[in-house]
Design a protein around this ligand. Structure first.
Ligand code: P1T
Length: 384
């Protein structure tokens, strides 16, 4: 068993030995009977430390992100930010330094600057598509993590994971890749040298806009042990029903991503030719600065498309209110298409910081509806 879709449907999800149920049951339980003190029947004692439904999800995530790595481990959390916080507290100490991307989810930057900053973590933001800038940003002996989002949110910039991994490891630091936009179907950062993969499973992995969750995957036994310890000690775990919903979404990740990608291609090409659009950001376009790297390290270019409008901020905001099929809302990666204005919505928390995004930018999470309907909706919305 090694094909992506086979693993997505079967890894960690053998039929229930007791009943034969072909889908892992929702173990909606907080504690497990012990046969004498310490006599655990299935290895479970208390559901913060472990729950069989969560284990099924964690096993599947590890198999998809790091196929063939015997020591790979997945850890599921209550949200993407909870997973990120566990990396920070688990692997960094006050006084350490981290390198962040110049473009990332606003909440990630907020976590590093407003929560980890006062705790004692120092950070520098650089454009990680340029490894020379990364080299300069590293503080020898103090940089503990390099954090990459590729493709990034919301500017869809692309970092060369293998090149960044080399520079990061030369400096004795660890590379964390947020793989939320690509998902393991399109990109597997661990095979390119990343030490830890982070996900907001709320997005493509869950895929149906009905659950908030996060995940970490790592392969090094020491890193795995530290993160697993902190998952339990900090306690922001995924609950059984959320784990079950996420696992249910994960089974169809491959087929959904194929459609997200092909719909995104049609939309990006439509926008490039539109007179009211000044720039289209999608790594599948040959003129995108990260196109060649993306082609090398990704299976396809993803379902997120951002673009700038000629009419400035006012027009960008108005446009977000004119679509009918694209729903105005935060988040991404679900089967339904979403539109949003990053500067006032998902990235409002980075206003005035090095991560501030252009005010004429509109972000689309291209869903898997019929592409002609999506194109018609954008056409009427852009016509004003
Ligand atoms: O929302 P949460 O599950 O906590 O995940 C945070 C997160 C982490 N990484 C990336 C790349 C993300 O996009 C997100 C969440 N992003 C949105 C809610 C958004 O609309 O961009």
């Amino acid at each position: 068993m090694s094909g992506f879709e086979t693993l997505a449907i079967h890894a960690g999800q053998e039929p229930d030995p007791l009943t034969g149920a072909v889908v892992p049951p929702i173990y909606q339980v907080s504690t497990f009977k012990q046969d004498g003190v310490g006599g655990l029947r299935g290895g479970y004692e208390y559901a913060r430390s472990g729950n069989p439904t969560r284990t099924a999800l964690e096993t599947c995530l590890a198999a998809l992100e790091a196929p063939g790595h015997a020591g790979a481990a997945g850890l599921a959390f209550a949200s993407g930010l909870a997973a990120e916080d566990t990396v920070i507290r688990g692997l960094c100490r006050p006084g350490d330094h981290v390198v962040l991307p110049h473009d990332a989810y606003g909440g990630t930057y907020r976590l590093f600057t407003k929560v980890a900053g006062p705790w004692g973590l120092h950070q520098t933001s650089v454009q990680l598509s340029d490894v020379d800038l990364l080299r300069k940003a590293i503080v020898p002996g103090r940089t503990r993590l390099v954090w990459v989002e590729t493709p990034s949110n919301p500017l869809l910039s692309v970092a060369d994971i293998a090149a960044v991994a080399e520079v990061t490891h030369e400096a004795g630091a660890l590379l964390v890749v947020d793989n939320t936009f690509a998902s393991p179907y399109l990109q597997q950062p661990i095979s390119l040298g990343a030490d830890i993969v982070v996900h907001s499973t709320t997005k493509y992995i869950g895929g149906h806009s009905d659950v908030v969750g996060g995940a970490l995957v790592a392969v090094d036994p020491e890193i795995v042990a530290t993160l697993a310890f902190h998952q339990n000690a900090q306690g922001a775990v995924a609950g059984p029903f959320d784990s079950w919903l996420t696992l249910r979404g994960l089974k169809t990740l491959g087929v959904r991503m194929d459609r997200h990608c092909s719909n995104a291609r049609a939309i990006a090409e439509f926008l490039v030719a539109h007179p009211s659009v000044s720039e289209v950001l999608w790594p599948g376009l040959p003129g995108h600065p990260g196109h060649e790297v993306a082609q090398r390290q990704m299976r396809d270019f993803g379902g997120m498309v951002s673009f700038r409008v000629t009419g400035g901020e006012q027009e960008a905001v108005a446009l977000c209110g004119r679509t009918e099929l694209f729903t105005l809302g935060e988040s991404l990666g679900g089967v339904e298409s979403l539109i949003e204005h990053p500067a006032r919505m998902t990235h409002a928390s980075v206003a005035g910081s090095p991560l501030e995004v252009p005010s004429d930018l509109v972000r689309l999470s291209v869903g898997i509806e019929s592409v002609d309907d999506l194109l018609a909706d954008l056409d009427q919305a852009l016509a004003g």
